[in-house]
Design a binder for this molecule. Structure first.
Ligand code: MSP
Length: 631
């Protein structure tokens, strides 16, 4: 079976940071996992080099866009090479074959009648390279990144996205796992249900992009960067060219951050339908790595350099930490302390010590030769327990529950350490129960051997070291035999290896580099006079209704003790049902200038706090008189 796995292609206006490394390491991990399953994998990564944003960044640096792209693209490629990322192709959207492939795709969609010429008028966020309507861009700000949008009025070609609305909804329904985690899929479905506008897919106001095909002959247009970028997934396989690798396009798997899900889960499948190509099997959507709760990005200045972390602690540790620490799909704060805690507890205590103990005892008692002849006789229950644990892993991987996968896998190491403490090989030897002791070390070696196969995708070098120590092979054949068929390995001849994860007693990276986020440093302090400008009051929600065409907004009528009700539009619809809000007391910023949101007047703002579970309204601990001031 052939499998295709991709990371997003990275914009060349940012240097690689932990967020990018996370996506790429997960891609590499998935490739290794699918190879264990016996699949032939094509793993694609690369850089996204066109568009207005890149053109502007290059200009600011006094370089041509291509010079600028060459420099940053190399940084990504070099880092992945240093990390030993096993990609099959590193694509650059400035590569000729990609540009030709994009033009072929454009031609095909045009011939099919899915592309037409018109005029675009609306808001555009250069930073996100995204189009918005006036109502979406409240006060001219991008609803995704909060930066100012620009007003665009230009001739444009459109992709008939609206035509695909029903087909997309059908696809989501027929393929429950096409977007994971599921709550992300639900957001996409709601977005599409609210109606899709046709998509402007060309621009005339700048040059740095792929020109339209000769056959269309409209040379002042360049392609919209997202059309260009998304098509990298098939151009890398030869689409519209030699088509040599297109047979990998059967079960495509994409890994994306939550900020670019809409492009992958709405636009991309619609483009694929238009081209008559298969749709993705999974779009795995991860959250953001943050510093003090703020998304890591160069423009904010709070990035952590993955190279520095790898130099200090090793790539294996970085892989483990990123995949174990935060449940896939959620945001997580990067902290050196958490990383060192993981090394000392999970890696050193649970795993490294276990390997040392096995080597030590097998050398002392059995001259490094471990026979499994009696392991089933004495430790049947433990072997069954082991197989139960390992049997839970494949579905967790399929659902991309990586942190849970590792948690379960670690139960196997805990089991091995537990049987050593429980049955005490040294006591068995003292009591001349050699046969039982040998069987016990056989059990421990079996646990380690099987678990190292399951650890391989996440920590390949570590798994290979353990496999070398036990002389087992990490391959599809042994995965099939030992994990999927739950068979026992051969007898072991142990090879001594160096300790895997020595304990760490102090941080290896300068704290200033990793623990202090510039977001805190640059935060400006306010004085009490500034605060007193905010008129925050307690009010009771009297009425709450949904706003048609918006999955985020609710229209509230709030009593602030003013003798009239205030209408406030609030972005809490995903977290509260309207009827549950009636009678709730909330904090309201009462002296905020009124604005119109989705055609509804909003006179103030209801205060809420946000964490990974979503928004929660700020309330007082007991009932207060409406209109009471918060100070
Ligand atoms: N060029 C587009 C993708 C086009 S794919 C056809 C793009 N590039 S990006 O460089 O801005 O982001 C690439 C990936 O890195 C995205 O999946 C994004 O979510 C991820 N990350 C960027 N910053 C991140 C964090 N701070 N944390 C985790 N991942 C984040 O979007």
């Amino acid at each position: 079976m052939k499998t295709f796995i991709s990371t997003p292609i990275y914009y060349v206006n940012d240097v690689p940071h932990i967020g990018h490394a996370y996506t790429t390491l997960i891609g590499d991990m998935l490739k290794k996992y699918h190879q264990l399953l016996g699949e032939e994998v094509f793993f694609l990564t690369g850089t996204d080099e066109h568009g207005q944003k890149i053109e502007q960044s290059a200009l600011a640096k006094g370089k041509t866009p291509k010079e600028y792209a060459d420099e940053i693209s190399a940084k990504f490629k070099n880092l992945w090479d240093e990390f030993g990322i096993d990609y099959d192709c590193f694509i650059r959207t400035t590569d000729d074959y990609h540009c030709q492939s994009v033009q072929k795709a454009f031609e095909k969609m045009y011939q099919k009648g899915d592309i037409y010429k018109g005029e675009y008028e609306g808001r555009y966020c250069v930073s996100c390279e995204s189009f918005f309507t006036e109502t979406q861009a409240v006060q001219g700000k991008c609803p995704d990144c909060g930066k100012d949008t620009i007003i665009l009025r230009e001739e444009s070609y459109f992709f008939a996205l609206s035509k695909y609305q029903e087909k997309l909804l059908q696809w989501y329904e027929d393929n429950p796992d096409c977007i994971l985690p599921l709550h992300k899929k639900n957001e996409v479905v709601r977005f599409v249900e609210n109606g899709l506008n046709d998509l402007s897919i060309t621009r005339t106001s700048f040059e740095w992009g792929i020109k339209l095909p000769e056959s269309i002959g409209d040379f002042k247009h360049v392609m919209y960067v997202w059309l260009d970028a998304l098509l990298n997934y098939v151009s890398a396989l030869g689409y519209g060219g030699d088509e040599k690798k297109m047979d990998f396009w059967k079960n495509p798997i994409h890994i994306v951050g939550k900020d670019i899900l809409r492009f992958h889960a709405v636009y991309w499948p619609a483009f694929l339908m238009s081209l008559g190509l298969d749709l993705p099997k999974h779009i795995y959507t991860h959250g953001w790595w943050t510093r003090d709760g703020v998304k890591m990005s160069k423009s904010i200045g709070n990035v952590i350099d993955p190279k520095e972390v790898a130099q200090a602690y090793g790539v294996e540790v970085l892989r483990y930490f990123l995949m174990r620490e935060v449940p896939f799909g959620q945001d997580g704060d990067f902290s050196q302390k958490a990383l060192v805690d993981r090394i000392n507890s999970d890696l050193s205590n649970d795993l490294g010590n276990l390997v040392n103990r096995l080597i030590g005892m097998s050398e002392k008692y059995f001259n490094l030769k471990i026979s499994l002849a009696d392991t089933t006789k004495y430790y049947q229950a433990e072997l069954k327990f082991l197989n139960d644990i390992l049997g839970k892993l494949p579905p967790l991987m399929e659902q991309m529950q990586l942190s849970r996968y590792l948690e379960e896998l670690w139960r196997a190491f805990v089991l091995a350490n537990g049987v050593i403490s429980k049955y005490e090989p040294w006591s068995l030897i003292k009591q001349n129960r050699e046969e039982e002791c040998l069987a016990l070390l056989g059990l421990v070696a079996t646990i380690l051997g099987k678990a190292s196969l399951c650890l391989y995708p996440i920590m390949p070098a570590t798994a290979l070291k353990i496999a070398h120590c036990l002389k087992i092979e990490i391959s599809h054949q042994s995965y099939q035999k030992l994990i999927l068929n739950q068979e026992l390995p051969q007898d072991f001849t142990i090879e001594k290896i160096d300790p895997l994860f020595p304990k760490i007693d102090s941080f290896k990276m300068e704290e200033a580099k990793i623990e202090k986020s510039k977001t805190i440093d640059v935060q400006t302090l306010i004085n009490i006079e500034d605060f007193s400008k905010l008129d925050i009051r307690i009010g009771t929600i009297i009425e709450a209704t949904k706003i048609a065409k918006s999955d985020k907004l609710l229209k509230l009528q709030v009593d602030l003790g003013e003798g009239r009700l205030r209408q406030i539009v609030s972005g809490i619809a995903k977290f509260y049902a309207p009827h549950d809000l009636i009678g709730t007391q909330v904090c309201v910023l009462a002296n905020l200038k009124s604005v119109k949101l989705m055609g509804e007047m909003s006179e103030g703002m209801v205060l809420a706090t946000k964490d990974e579970k979503g928004l929660s309204l700020l309330c007082t601990s007991d009932k207060k008189t409406n209109g009471s001031k918060v100070s």
